[in-house]
Design a protein around this ligand. Structure first.
Ligand SMILES: [Zn+2]
Length: 460
């Protein structure tokens, strides 16, 4: 679910901005990070090779994307040849700049995090995220001079309050940046044979994050197609809370070393807990699987719940009762009901519900004002707020029908009522499209065909 929400949020923004700016002006990259000790040991545990393990896993992610209508422009694999080329170039440039050096290192490594920990960061000697005892190791590693760039990143963070969302994460990132040390960026190949070889030193593998993070620029043509690259970078990144230090600090340091602009915006979503409010875990048995939810409810309902009910930047519990309640309240009883009433009344009274000349200008102005607010929420990267405003627009439509009672009105007046509401439904549907692409598109079609269709049946 933690991954699902990332894909859903990114897709909703990509859809919104594609509609607003044109498809050609948005590039939406998703993908998988395929290296690291975790992949290597998991493949080993499954009695297979990392290549075979990943080749079986990646189609599952592609199927996930197609089921949940994730319209990505690119699906990135860090095992791809082009990524290896790009990643090695990043290493070489940092090395030529004198930002990489070799030293003997003894450290504590959490395989789950693919990250080093200092003794003081551990809780009872265990990884704070995984609750596992980190592996102690001692070897000669390459180091990246991250400390050289910490001040520049801190200044960027201070001068650009819009860089990091939510603002509440700023202190956590600052604390990390303030005592940021240089980081180990290689593993001895005999301990980790899976991953990208360090240029000119085949005995070492590039640290998984130092390799994976470069996807953000390579996909846009870094060191390959300068014109294309410059037309896109800097971009917006979405990540989970356990990724803050990698994307907010290490990656920004790498960009500084490469002489490139920092990331434009970093959106850090909340953690999705199980229905009991606990971290999802197989041991506790509170894991909610996105594919099971898909089989039960389909794409729109899961997306509506995760984007419109859960708050984007705070931790939430995934509760199916809440999902059903929100669906019934907003999609079945409000949006779907309004759509059906208007089509039914239009057909019954033989009124054209798509007559733009019958829309009242005052009513249109009110709807447009709400539309502007919803758009502003999208542009402020506040999906929950955007959905709340769209829900309000639909409620306004229902309230209007309730007050005007068009079934009692004379034909001329009823025509105005129905066309006002038909306009409102079209506005709401356009705004809902990034959240519930299937239902919103179908609603517009249904309105145009004037056919009665239960798009959102009530759920028990
Ligand atoms: Zn960990």
């Amino acid at each position: 679910m933690g991954h699902a929400i990332e894909f859903f949020q990114a897709d909703a923004y990509a859809r919104y901005f594609k509609k607003k700016l044109g498809k050609e002006n948005v590039f939406f990259n998703v993908g998988v990070d395929e290296h690291g000790l975790k992949v290597f040991t998991t493949a080993h545990d499954h009695d297979t090779t990392p290549e075979k393990y990943l080749d079986a896993l990646v189609p599952e992610w592609l199927s996930f994307c197609s089921k949940f209508r994730i319209e990505h422009d690119h699906f990135y694999r860090t095992s791809a040849e082009d990524h290896h080329v790009g990643s090695k170039r990043v290493w070489e440039i940092c090395n030529e700049k004198g930002d990489i050096y070799k030293k003997h290192y003894e450290g504590l490594y959490c395989v789950g995090c693919e990250s080093f920990y200092l003794e003081r960061d551990l809780i009872d000697g265990k990884c704070p995220d995984h609750g596992t005892v980190p592996v102690k190791y001692s070897e000669e590693n390459y180091f990246f001079q991250l400390s050289k760039y910490s001040q520049a990143i801190i200044s960027y963070l201070e001068e650009n309050p819009d860089f990091l969302k939510p603002a509440a994460k700023k202190q956590e990132l600052l604390n990390f940046l303030k005592d940021m040390e240089d980081i180990s960026i290689s593993r001895n190949r005999k301990n980790l044979p899976w991953g990208i070889e360090v240029p000119n030193d085949p005995e070492h593998t590039i640290y998984v994050w130092f390799d994976a993070l470069t996807n953000y620029i390579r996909v846009l043509g870094f060191d390959n197609d300068l014109e294309r690259f410059n037309s896109w970078w800097p971009g917006i990144q979405i990540c989970g809370p356990d990724n803050l230090r990698f994307q907010g600090a290490i990656w920004q340091g790498m960009l500084a070393a490469l002489g490139l602009p920092f990331t434009k915006k970093l959106l850090v979503h909340g953690t999705i807990f199980g229905p009991d409010g606990q971290k999802m875990s197989k041991t506790i048995g509170n894991v909610v699987s996105p594919l099971e939810q898909y089989e039960k409810y389909g794409s729109d309902i899961c997306r509506f719940y995760m984007l419109g009910v859960l708050r984007p930047y705070t931790d939430s519990s995934y509760r199916e009762e809440d999902l059903k309640e929100a669906y019934n309240a907003h999609l079945a009883n409000s949006y779907g009901n309004l759509l059906n009433r208007i089509i039914h009344l239009g057909n019954q009274k033989d009124i054209d519900i798509l007559d733009a000349s019958a829309i009242e200008s005052d009513f249109k102005a009110e709807v447009d004002e709400m539309k502007n607010k919803a758009e502003k929420a999208y542009e402020d990267f506040e999906l929950h707020d955007a959905v709340s405003i769209i829900n309000e627009i639909v409620s306004k439509g229902n309230q209007f029908v309730h007050e005007k009672e068009p079934w009692k009105q004379e034909a001329e007046d009823a025509k105005i009522t129905l066309n006002n509401v038909s306009y409102l439904i079209q506005v709401a549907s356009e705004l809902y499209e990034p959240i519930i692409p299937d239902g919103a598109q179908k609603a517009i079609e249904t309105l145009h065909k004037k056919e009665k269709l239960i798009l959102f049946p009530r759920m028990k």
